[in-house]
Design a protein around this ligand. Structure first.
Ligand code: TTP
Ligand code: MG
Length: 393
């Protein structure tokens, strides 16, 4: 039976959640990330903001120059995770073979589901309509004979896209892409290829495997050799950059109330856990940094015997560290959470971490709300629960 993979990716995820939660933001350039005027980058932005040239990872100062009239909002990671769970829960209805690979994307192996749901395109349309009706979000779906192509295909027709790469049309599809669009192709490799006058996917394909491994090394060479043929090449084994990662929040007004501080710690815990997973790293060391109103800065860390496995775990360790270090009642201007001594993990470990993270999160929610009932396959995640605070900063 021919393999059919769906790759699903939510459009402008964080920004769309903000627009959904506050409809007055719809149609406006919304930029999520650091505060303008401070250091830091854009996490993402609405499609309206992309017209100004704003992109993920761009310095926030540059974004502000491009679009001073934009609406700039902080990252509310815990809120995005709630919505992510809603979406992923719906997706799981369509196949037992579901793999979430980041906060807003997942693979569904739809091989052999045709009898149950109809043709892949029909099913994809149904999924898109249902996600939109139940969450207000739009998603893009790529359908292809393998994960690699499905991922590229979902990106090809964004936003609100649906794109199918038929079996046999793999190379034809790849040739519609720019070299830099090949998933996971790093800047260094791209530069090296340009130096060799390889600037298109077709040119890249004309080079035999031994040449590519000779000029790029074994891993990158064989990755690209497969990728440009539309074969599942896995995730490009580009080396990890950081040995620690951290996320911090500077308060607009100095803060001393414990609930507000905890809420910030929870958001930061989600952000660093998310980045840990994105970068396919793991860590056993949690660091808490606090800066008092007078700029005195202290930090404290705890090392575990096991790998950190969830945002909740980071949250609870950070609270413990806060208890030890914070002179209660003394106003804070900044809180940061970091993870240190990072090492690389494989895809399977990553999936385990994700499952664990989401299961824990869901259990917490279920306890909080008491809503465990499933009505016709739809989990009751109530708007009241989802419309939670927007209090930090
Ligand atoms: P993406 O799916 O890459 O981006 P997106 O959903 O905002 O936009 P689209 O898919 O329509 O192109 O990433 C998902 C979320 O991850 C994004 O909403 C914010 C976060 N993110 C960052 O925080 N930093 C980044 O550099 C990127 C790329 C994403
Ligand atoms: Mg997305």
């Amino acid at each position: 039976m021919a393999t059919t993979i769906f790759h699903i990716d939510i459009d402008a995820f964080y920004a769309s959640v903000e627009q959904n939660d506050n409809p007055s933001l719809c149609g406006k350039p919304v930029i999520i990330g650091a505060k303008p005027g401070r250091r830091g980058v854009v996490s993402t932005c609405s499609y309206e903001a992309r017209k100004y040239g704003i992109k993920s990872a761009m310095p926030i100062s540059q974004a502000f120059r491009l679009c001073p009239e934009g609406v700039y909002l902080p990252v509310r990671m815990s809120r995005y995770l709630e919505v992510s769970i809603e979406v992923m829960t719906i997706l799981k209805d369509y196949t037992p073979s579901f793999q979430q690979i980041s906060v807003d994307e997942a693979f569904l192996d739809m091989t052999g589901t045709e009898r149950l749901f109809g043709s892949p395109v029909k099913t994809a349309e149904k999924i898109k309509a249902r996600i939109n009706a139940e969450t207000g979000l739009t998603i893009s779906i790529g359908i292809a004979p393998n994960r690699y192509l499905a991922k590229l295909a979902s990106d090809f027709d964004k936003p609100d896209g649906l794109y199918v790469v038929e079996k046999g049309a793999e190379e034809e599809f790849i040739d519609k892409l720019k070299l830099k669009d090949l998933w996971g192709l790093g800047k260094k490799t791209l530069k090296r290829l340009h130096e060799l006058n390889i600037t298109t996917t077709a040119q890249l394909r004309s080079h035999p495997l031994r040449i590519l491994t000779f000029i790029l090394g074994n891993a990158a060479g064989s990755y690209l050799y497969n990728a440009v043929r539309g074969k599942d090449a896995g995730i490009h084994p580009e080396e990890a950059k950081s040995h620690s990662l951290s996320s911090e929040t500077t308060f607009q007004e100095d803060k001393r109330d414990l609930p507000g501080i905890k809420r910030t710690i929870l958001d930061l815990a989600h952000q660093v856990m998310f980045r840990l997973l994105q970068e396919k790293q793991r860590s056993k060391t949690v660091i808490l940094k606090i800066r008092y109103a007078d700029f005195t800065t202290v930090s404290i860390q705890k090392s575990l015997k096991h790998w950190v496995s969830s945002a909740e775990e980071i949250y609870s360790i950070a609270q413990e560290l806060l208890n030890k270090k914070w002179e209660k009642g003394r106003a804070l201007r900044l809180i940061g959470i970091g993870l240190a001594n990072l090492t690389r993990i494989g895809t399977e470990d990553q999936q385990e971490l994700f499952n664990d993270m989401y299961d824990k999160k869901r259990k917490v929610e279920e306890t909080v709300t008491g809503l465990k009932n499933k009505i016709s396959g739809v989990i009751l995640t109530k708007a009241s629960l989802l419309k939670k605070t927007n209090t930090h900063h």
